[in-house]
Ligand binder design. Structure first.
Ligand SMILES: [Zn+2]
Length: 290
């Protein structure tokens, strides 16, 4: 019985010792694990790139954080990408802005490089000829019959009010305009000539739709700003649109039309457009938004 007791006692002691060892090992392992975790966390905090190579529980926990951090910018990138796709949409109205900003642009200056076009420019049914839109050299339609008929009607209406209108210059060919411009440039210099005379191809008179108008017997006011202050000039400014003509180069619009005020230069565009331009106080360039 005593031996059995001893055996039992030994067994109890060994169980006791094993239990302590297991507890110690467990605690030690836990402690070591905890220490490793703290160490790894410190390492990953100070040297994030190194932690990826060390491995271990603490490292995998730490590597999840950078992943989460990487995930966070994703929606930011998404929101950044969204404006990127919207950017062209924002830029589109920005492209429209230069159109309104173009108005202050000085159209009295010829574009540096401008090729003579093969065909005349027609916008909204309106034939264009200015410093930006030249006509082909071989465009030679002669005086426009419809415009001439409209002028005769207008002259008849003016005559009823005691005003005798005369169209002293209408159609001019490219060659004739070349002669005129070169003569003016030789006399006054090209810069001065560019203000009151068009270079060949850029004259509205080549369209056959431009009429320089004065009063019979008042030649001193022909092709002069003083015509605008005469009865004939004032009558035209008020009534020309009813017959399809517009005062083509109004006062103060030189940088829009490209030419100084010409109280005598009228352009036939048809009654509808002429009336719209007159009532809105626009130039042809503004009306066509060019
Ligand atoms: Zn003219």
């Amino acid at each position: 019985m005593a031996t059995r007791y001893k055996k039992n006692k030994r067994k109890n002691v060994s169980v006791y010792i094993w239990s302590i060892l297991i507890i110690l090992l467990t605690a030690g392992a836990a402690g070591a694990g905890a220490w490793l975790g703290v160490y790894a966390a410190q390492q990953s905090a100070s040297q994030p790139e190194v932690t990826e190579e060390t491995g271990g529980i603490a490292v995998t926990e730490e590597t999840e954080q950078p992943e989460e951090e990487e995930k966070q910018p994703v929606p930011e990138e998404g929101t950044e990408e969204a404006p990127e796709t919207e950017d062209p949409l924002i830029e589109e109205p920005a492209e429209e802005e230069p159109v309104t900003e173009e108005l202050p642009v000085d159209r009295t200056i010829y574009p540096e490089e401008i090729e003579p076009p093969a065909e005349p420019t027609i916008i909204q049914g309106v034939l264009l000829a200015n410093k930006q839109y030249p006509l082909p050299e071989d465009y030679a339609p002669g005086e426009n019959a419809e415009a001439r008929a409209a002028f005769e009607q207008m002259a008849a209406a003016a005559e009823q009010e005691g005003i005798e209108l005369v169209a002293f210059s209408t159609y001019r060919s490219f060659a004739r305009q070349k002669e005129l411009y070169e003569g003016y440039a030789a006399r006054d210099g090209a810069a001065a000539a560019d203000r009151y005379s068009a270079r060949p191809g850029h004259s509205e008179h080549q369209t056959g739709l431009a009429f320089d108008i004065g009063e019979e017997g008042q030649e001193e006011n022909w092709a002069s700003s003083s015509f605008g202050e005469t009865a004939g000039g004032e009558w035209l400014a008020d009534n020309a649109h009813k017959f399809g003509f517009i005062l083509r180069y109004p006062e103060g619009k030189e940088k829009i039309t490209g030419y100084m005020y010409e109280s005598w230069h009228f352009r036939y565009v048809g009654e509808e457009i002429a009336t719209a331009i007159h009532e809105q106080g626009l130039t042809l360039e503004e009306y066509l938004d060019i």
